[in-house]
Design a protein around this ligand. Structure first.
Ligand SMILES: Nc1ncnc2c1ncn2[C@@H]1O[C@H](COP(=O)(O)OP(=O)(O)OP(=O)(O)O)[C@@H](O)[C@H]1O
Length: 257
């Protein structure tokens, strides 16, 4: 059974070059400060504080919050890139994370070569790798750019390729940061179809974004992060009601009716 559970997760990042007494005093002096010191008195930034939630098959969780509120850090913790300073994470299910556009790609190689390299890493049989290549080529629709080195791609093209390769085999848990929304409207429509296909297979989605309309459409639960803490957790429109300025909330309601 697929599940993902975060229990009391906290993450501190050491602040290098902040050892001087005056800087420490300035950082730690503010009442609502995100800065603290670790056990060895070294300054740290408290990126996440006491985060708990549990997700099961079919849950599509959105993360919202202002710049620096902790969305990317939480996604990275869930994907295993960062070790929590405190708390525990447990999960079951094949996880794919779409967190960095160029992840797992060699920019000196062409799109086609990257696709072949990926199928090699995945250990696919000849028939499966041919199907994988055809599927990704069709999805990414890179046309003449397919045989050009990735370093010459636009950022939207890199997104198409990364997304196409990472989503060719449906994961059970999909983590996405909002860079995925950098594609154009035609790509977004295709990406949405692909993600919806995945989620319909009773998988888990966690998506961080600043876009209320995307989150309202793609998610069925929303966590609002502020200063590294959860300030609200519930149905998307309920959370948006408190999060968004009244005018923006009413506009979102109108757009969805
Ligand atoms: N590698 C790091 N080293 C030190 N501090 C970090 C690191 N990554 C994040 N932080 C700090 O952790 C806090 C949370 O950052 P995070 O990138 O998770 O926020 P975010 O909600 O994704 O922001 P944005 O909307 O701007 O992308 C910030 O205060 C940031 O400065």
């Amino acid at each position: 059974m697929t599940y993902l559970e975060a229990s009391g997760i906290s993450i501190d990042f050491p602040l290098y070059h902040a050892e001087s007494r005056s800087l420490k005093k300035a950082l730690l002096g503010k009442v609502s400060s995100r800065f603290s010191v670790d056990q060895k008195s070294r300054p740290v930034v408290q990126a996440l504080r006491d985060i708990s939630f549990s997700l099961k098959s079919g849950d599509r969780l959105g993360l919202i919050g202002s710049n620096g509120s902790g969305k990317t850090t939480l996604l990275r913790a869930l994907s295993g890139i960062y070790q929590p300073t405190a708390g525990t994470l447990s999960m079951e299910g094949k996880l794919i994370s779409l967190l960095d556009p160029g992840q797992g790609m060699n920019k000196e190689l062409t799109g086609r070569e990257n696709i072949r390299l990926r199928s090699y890493y995945l250990g696919l049989s000849k028939a499966k790798s041919q199907a994988f290549e055809a599927d990704v080529i069709d999805f990414t629709d890179l046309k003449e750019f397919l045989d050009i080195p990735v370093r010459n791609y636009s950022s939207g093209m890199v997104v198409r390729l990364a997304f196409g390769m990472a989503t060719a085999f449906p994961p059970e848990i999909l983590l996405m940061d909002e860079w995925i929304l950098a594609g154009d409207a035609a790509f977004m429509a295709k990406a949405k179809k692909r993600v919806e296909g995945m989620v319909q297979h009773a998988d888990i989605l966690v998506l961080a974004s600043h876009s209320p309309s995307i989150l309202a459409e793609w998610t069925n639960r929303l966590i609002w992060l502020d200063g590294g803490r959860i300030v609200a957790d519930g149905a998307p429109m309920e959370v948006f009601k408190s999060y968004l300025p009244r005018h923006d909330f009413e506009e979102l309601l109108r757009a969805r009716s």
